[in-house]
Design a protein around this ligand. Structure first.
Ligand SMILES: Nc1ncnc2c1ncn2[C@@H]1O[C@H](COP(=O)(O)OP(=O)(O)OP(=O)(O)O)[C@@H](O)[C@H]1O
Ligand SMILES: CC(C)(CO)[C@@H](O)C(=O)NCCC(=O)O
Ligand SMILES: [K+]
Length: 259
C-alpha cells in the first residue's frame, strides 16, 4: 500500500491508498520539531483506531516546508523500511516538467495539484487551492504546470486583521447573509468572504483572458465548498485532489524508474 503525505505550511495530511481507494485520511498540524517516533505514535494510534490493516510498501511526500522532510524520511525508513519519493527533488520524475522561469522552485503542492487535475480532466485548466495561501495553478494542454497566482490565504487574511488592529477580534470565516455588516464580526466576515469570492472570480477571468483558450476551473482545499456556495466559481470541487495527484506521480515514477 502507498502512504501519501502532504505537508502544508499549516497542516500535514497522511492518506493510505490501497490501489483503488483511500482507506483513511489523518491530519495533524505541521511542526518541524516532530520526530520520526512522534509521527509513528500518532499514525499507528489512528490507523488502529480506524481498524485498518495497512502494510505500507511505498511512501510519497509533497512538502511546502523543506525542514520537515528530514524527519519524515527517518520515519519512513525506520517504520516501513522504504525510501520515500519526494516531489520537487530531482530524483522524483514528473509526467510533465513545469514551464516557468529558470531557477523557480514551484511549490510541490502545486505540481501535485496540476498532475492530479490533469489526470482527471485533461489540460487547459485552473486549479484553485484554498490552503495557507490561495493558489491558482494553470495547467496546459499537455499537463504541464505553466504558472499561476499566489494570494494570501483566507485564514491568514483574517489573522492579519486580528493581529494588526487592536479592536478586531479573532473570527472564523463563514458566508454572511448580507454584504453590509451591522456588527464588527459581520463586517470582517463580509470583507473576507465577499472579498475572496471577488478575488477568485476576478483572477480566473483574467487568467482566461490571458490564456485565450477555454479552461475548466477545479476548486480544492478545505474552504472551496464554502466559497462555491451559490457562486458558480468552479466546474468541479475535489477535496482529494492533492492526494490523487500524489498517487498519479507515484505511479508515474514506478513505471519509469530506471531499475
Ligand atoms: N467552514 C470552515 N471554516 C474555517 N475553516 C474551515 C472550514 N472548512 C474547512 N476548514 C479548514 O480548512 C482547512 C483545510 O484546508 P487545507 O487542508 O486545504 O489547507 P490548510 O491545511 O489550511 O493549509 P496547508 O495545506 O497550506 O497547510 C482545515 O484546517 C479546516 O479546519
Ligand atoms: C504557495 C505555497 C505556500 C502554497 O502552499 C507553496 O506552493 C509554496 O511554498 N510555493 C513556492 C513558490 C511557488 O510555488 O512558486
Ligand atoms: K493543501
Amino acid at each position: 500500500m502507498l502512504l501519501c503525505i502532504d505537508c502544508g505550511n499549516t497542516n500535514t495530511v497522511f492518506s493510505i491508498w490501497d490501489g483503488t481507494r483511500f482507506l483513511c485520511t489523518l491530519r495533524t498540524s505541521t511542526e518541524h520539531q516532530r520526530t520520526a517516533d512522534q509521527y509513528f505514535t500518532w499514525y499507528s494510534t489512528l490507523v488502529r483506531h480506524h481498524g485498518i490493516e495497512a502494510d505500507i510498501s511505498d511512501v510519497i511526500i509533497s512538502s511546502t516546508v523543506p525542514r520537515v522532510v528530514f524527519n519524515l524520511r527517518v520515519f519512513t525508513d525506520r517504520y516501513f523500511g522504504t525510501r520515500p519519493i519526494v516531489v520537487g527533488r530531482p530524483s522524483c520524475l514528473l509526467p510533465q516538467p513545469p514551464r516557468v522561469d529558470e531557477g523557480t522552485a514551484v511549490g510541490p503542492d502545486r505540481l501535485v495539484n496540476a498532475a492530479g487535475a490533469f489526470n482527471r480532466h485533461g489540460g487547459d485548466l485552473i486549479v484553485v487551492d484554498f490552503g495557507t495561501a490561495t493558489t491558482f495553478d494553470v495547467v496546459a494542454a499537455d499537463g504541464a504546470y505553466v504558472g499561476g497566482v499566489i494570494a494570501p490565504g483566507v485564514n491568514l487574511s483574517l489573522e492579519a486583521l486580528h493581529s494588526a488592529a487592536a479592536a478586531l477580534p479573532h473570527v472564523d470565516v463563514t458566508k454572511p447573509q448580507a454584504v453590509i455588516g451591522t456588527n464588527t464580526v459581520a463586517c470582517m466576515q463580509s470583507g473576507v468572504f465577499w472579498g475572496y469570492v471577488g478575488l477568485v472570480r476576478g483572477i480566473c477571468e483574467r487568467i482566461r483572458g490571458e490564456y485565450d483558450k477555454p479552461m475548466q476551473i477545479i476548486g480544492t482545499g478545505g474552504l472551496a465548498p464554502l466559497f462555491a456556495q451559490g457562486e458558480m466559481l468552479f466546474d468541479s470541487i475535489e477535496d482529494d485532489l492533492t492526494m490523487h495527484g500524489l498517487t498519479v506521480i507515484h505511479a508515474y515514477n514506478k513505471e519509469n524508474m530506471i531499475a
